[in-house]
Design a protein around this ligand. Structure first.
Ligand code: PMP
Length: 453
């Protein structure tokens, strides 16, 4: 492989751009407004755009290339599997799936011993909810405002993000509750302890008012990702576990984004010592090299389907290429101690750098995170905490910050009024520091917007 791209590759990229604009329909977008960046090649935490320019990937491509791009061990495993058995129907045993299931269940506490494989995160969420409904014989699902659970019908309906609004089918079985989010507390809390106590009371009150005997599940991102990377205040998840257990409700931990090392733990819920009934995953499980998701199932839920058929399935449940990629990804993460590295990067590099940015830039309202999972929340005014772009929207100021980051040679992940710092778990320290310096510099643009306001 030659890096950077050759003149021929750049030419091919120009053709691809024209064909994209002629024939490709893009997600979440008004098609005529787009000028998408072309990415020709990638290696580790570096990508090359359509002009052959190198950028540092601070986005992990929607937070999924957890081990960086083109890891040789995973690429080789995909090649080897392709040479042997590319695909097989899910009713047959396949070696890659068996081994992936073993490795995944080894990472989580005892009692979470079975895996149902899906194609991605959204269908993992759909199946987890279906399992919870069948297991409990109940219908209602509680989900947080300020959440993202996927783009398919039920998954977007449980999502709290305003992208739900045009998709909302008015499903009476979905009930939204207010999340614990201290920086913008819905409960007037000013301390973690207050936020935890009030948010838990709110959740329990709502469950009681909706009729606990109707509630199948509470689905919760352990650390809400797309919604702003706000980890739960101390005691909150333990409280959710207690309330759900008290009323016989399934606790579904959505770890699609937070899982597979991102927070500095294999799964984020492990940091709080809670054990959910169902865990959804995707993204990092294969570092995105081949699409794969799944649901980790606790023993009592599994028992429901020992004699009774589970009414659900997918042609590609446990696709051999995807599972081979998962086995190699988990192997690489373990052998190269990437989860430990993510934790170190959070504590020693990203955390201190973001705190310094907060001290320096009046536009920075809040910084928070752990591992390689961090958000910088930008505001027009630190006192009022008015966001630099509305939740669910964009603004010229945010667009200017994003453009400045790209101009500095960094691929950002920005969402509404936040810049997310979500590199690979194994990004080299020097590249991470280089990218953080670019973000720091770009925040001057946000500061100018604050000064004008
Ligand atoms: N749950 C969470 C927490 C997510 O972050 C996402 C994707 N960003 C999904 C579910 C949906 O995953 P997918 O896009 O793979 O369907």
């Amino acid at each position: 492989e030659t890096l950077p791209p050759t003149a021929d590759e750049i030419e091919a990229g120009r053709r691809a751009y024209d064909l994209d604009r002629a024939h490709v329909f893009h997600s979440w977008s008004a098609q005529d407004t787009l000028t998408p960046m072309t990415i020709l090649k990638a290696a580790g935490s570096e990508v090359w755009d359509g002009e052959g320019r190198r950028l540092i990937d601070l986005s992990s491509q929607l937070v999924n290339t957890n081990i960086g791009h083109q890891h040789p061990r995973v690429v080789a495993a995909i090649h080897a599997q392709a040479g042997k058995l590319c695909t097989v129907a899910p009713q047959y045993v396949n070696e890659a799936r068996s081994e992936a299931a073993r490795l995944i269940t080894e990472l989580v506490p005892d009692g979470l011993d079975h895996v149902f494989f899906t194609n991605a995160g959204a269908d993992a969420v759909e199946h987890a909810i279906r399992m919870a409904r069948l297991h409990t014989g109940r219908r209602k699902v509680f989900a947080a405002y300020r959440s993202y659970h996927g783009g398919t019908d039920l998954a977007i309906n449980v999502t709290g993000d305003p992208r739900r609004f045009p998709n909302d089918n008015g499903d009476a079985g979905v009930v939204h509750f207010l999340p614990a989010y201290l920086y913008r507390s819905y409960f007037g809390a000013t301390t973690e302890a207050e936020e935890t106590e009030r948010a838990l009371k709110h959740l329990e009150d709502m469950i009681v008012l909706e009729g606990p005997s109707n509630v199948a599940a509470v689905i919760l991102e352990t650390v809400p990702g797309t919604a702003g990377i706000f980890g739960p205040p101390a005691g909150y998840l333990e409280g959710v576990r207690e309330i759900t257990r008290k009323y016989g409700i399934m606790y579904i931990a959505d770890e699609v984004m937070a899982g597979f090392g991102r927070t500095g733990e294999w799964f984020a819920f492990q940091r709080w010592g809670v054990v959910p009934d169902l865990v959804t995953f995707a993204k990092g499980v294969t570092s995105g090299y081949v699409p794969l998701g799944g649901v980790i199932i606790s023993d009592p839920v599994f028992d429901t389907f020992r004699q009774r058929a589970y009414p659900g399935g997918l042609t590609y449940s446990g696709h051999p290429l995807a599972c081979a990629a998962a086995v190699a990804t988990i192997g690489a993460m373990r052998d190269e101690r990437m989860v430990e590295n993510a934790k170190r990067l959070g504590e020693d590099v990203i955390g201190p750098a973001l705190e310094a940015m907060k001290a320096k830039h009046p536009s920075v309202g809040d910084v928070r995170g752990s591992g390689v999972f961090w958000a910088i929340e930008l505001v027009k005014d630190r006192q009022t905490r008015e966001p630099l772009a509305a939740y669910g929207g964009s603004s010229p100021e945010m667009n200017a910050v994003i453009a400045e980051i790209k101009a500095g040679g960094v691929l950002p992940f920005a969402n509404f009024n936040r810049v997310h710092v979500v590199p690979a778990l194994n990004i080299p320290d020097d590249q991470l520091r280089e990218a953080l310096a670019v973000v720091d510099h770009a925040l001057d643009v946000a500061d100018a917007a604050v000064a004008r306001a």
